[in-house]
Design a protein around this ligand. Structure first.
Ligand SMILES: NC(=O)c1ccc[n+]([C@@H]2O[C@H](COP(=O)([O-])OP(=O)(O)OC[C@H]3O[C@@H](n4cnc5c(N)ncnc54)[C@H](OP(=O)(O)O)[C@@H]3O)[C@@H](O)[C@H]2O)c1
Length: 332
């Protein structure tokens, strides 16, 4: 079919800029409309990234009949409200991570998408990156055998001026929901739901977690050690260890990378698997997938399923309960 999917962007912040830039690499897609809380922000953004329309309210964006899909790029605490707004107007949605503040919000968002018969997907870009697809393939091919252990971390020290959303509980602040989601995603995707979770947090004066140390235990014996931090710059790497070998994602495992290391314990070798540099920031792969799904008139992705998104949110709730982290939105 020769159709172009018209994208809208809700919230013109940092990540929206990267996403808008990557949209230019996506086939059968165009950036059609953007919305910010002020017309100055929206117009500047629209001019820079070549959007046809610029709106000074999110309401105007969702009521534009020519918008096919909306990328929600506001702070986590607003995803619930903004996704519901889009879905109520029958707009397909790609929503940034963390998808919501808690599983209850996620359940409502998913239920509305299903009852409206409208496409909804969590923007878990890692799941679509070439090196991660290769990780899945190597594991399927039993190159490392049965996974026994995962170690994954994500840490950086936010630079000044620090965005309010990093530490403000009202905006979903804290390392777990912002960056801890990546190690947790990796482990759920490769090992499944843990039988037991241990978690410990170190808290900022605002009450948001500055660090979160997690351990997942599985009855069959597998374990995962996960960590997120706003206190220190970490390699942000991951080791996936099986009974026949080990996969090492050396640096920024959640984003585009140029190599994977595959160690075999049976022949004691290390193979370097190279990847071409991404043409954009790496968001083009998820955007292409959503565009393709909409061209095929699908209501859900078969790659980043809504049930997997809900599982991630439920697991984050379990971790938060262990570390004693609550958000204002948990009351509802
Ligand atoms: N996938 C990734 O790699 C990745 C990377 C970074 C962030 N993210 C996610 O993307 C989301 C946005 O992060 P960001 O770093 O882009 O944040 P940001 O730069 O602060 O942008 C957030 C945008 O949300 C809008 N907004 C509406 N109400 C707001 C309020 N009360 N306070 C602050 N902003 C408000 C603002 O847009 P307008 O003023 O333009 O309306 C603002 O520009 C977060 O959920 C984050 O986890 C994902």
């Amino acid at each position: 079919m020769n159709k172009t999917i018209r994208w809208g962007i809700l919230g013109c912040g940092k990540i929206a800029r990267k996403f808008a830039s990557d949209l230019s690499l996506v086939k059968n897609a165009e950036l059609y409309a953007v919305a910010a809380r002020s017309i100055e922000t929206a117009s500047t953004f629209a001019t820079e990234f070549g959007s046809t329309k610029a709106y000074s309210s999110y309401q105007e964006l969702v009521t534009d009949k020519d918008v096919d899909v909306i990328y929600v790029a506001t702070p986590h605490s607003m995803h619930y409200e903004h996704v519901l707004l889009c879905l109520q107007h029958k707009k397909a949605v790609l929503c940034e991570k963390a998808f919501a503040i808690n599983a209850n919000q996620a359940k409502e968002m998913i239920a509305l998408a299903r009852s409206q018969n409208v496409f909804l997907m969590e923007a878990f870009w890692t799941r679509f990156l070439p090196h991660y697809l290769k990780v899945k393939e190597l594991i399927r091919e039993q190159k490392i055998g049965t996974i026994q252990y995962i170690h994954a971390e994500f840490g950086f020290k936010p630079s000044e001026p620090i965005a309010p959303r990093i530490y403000d509980l009202n905006l979903g602040g804290g390392s777990l929901l912002d960056i801890g989601v990546y190690p947790v995603f990796l482990t759920l995707d490769l090992l499944g739901v843990p039988d037991e979770i241990f978690a410990h947090g170190a808290f900022a004066p605002t009450g948001a977690d500055e660090q979160c140390a997690m351990q997942f235990r599985y009855r069959r014996g597998a374990t995962a050690q996960l960590f997120s931090s706003f206190q220190s710059h970490l390699a942000t790497g991951a080791d996936i260890v099986g009974d026949r070998g080990r996969l090492r994602l050396t640096h920024r495992f959640h984003g585009p990378t140029t190599q994977l290391e595959l160690y075999s314990s049976t022949v004691d070798t290390c193979e370097i698997i190279p990847f071409e540099s991404a043409k954009g920031f790496g968001y083009e792969y998820e955007a292409q997938h959503v565009t393709d799904c909409l061209i095929e008139d699908l209501k859900e992705s078969s790659i980043r399923k809504l049930d997997d998104t809900l599982l991630l949110m439920e697991t984050l709730d379990r971790i938060r309960e262990k570390m004693g982290l609550r958000y204002p939105a948990d009351k509802t």
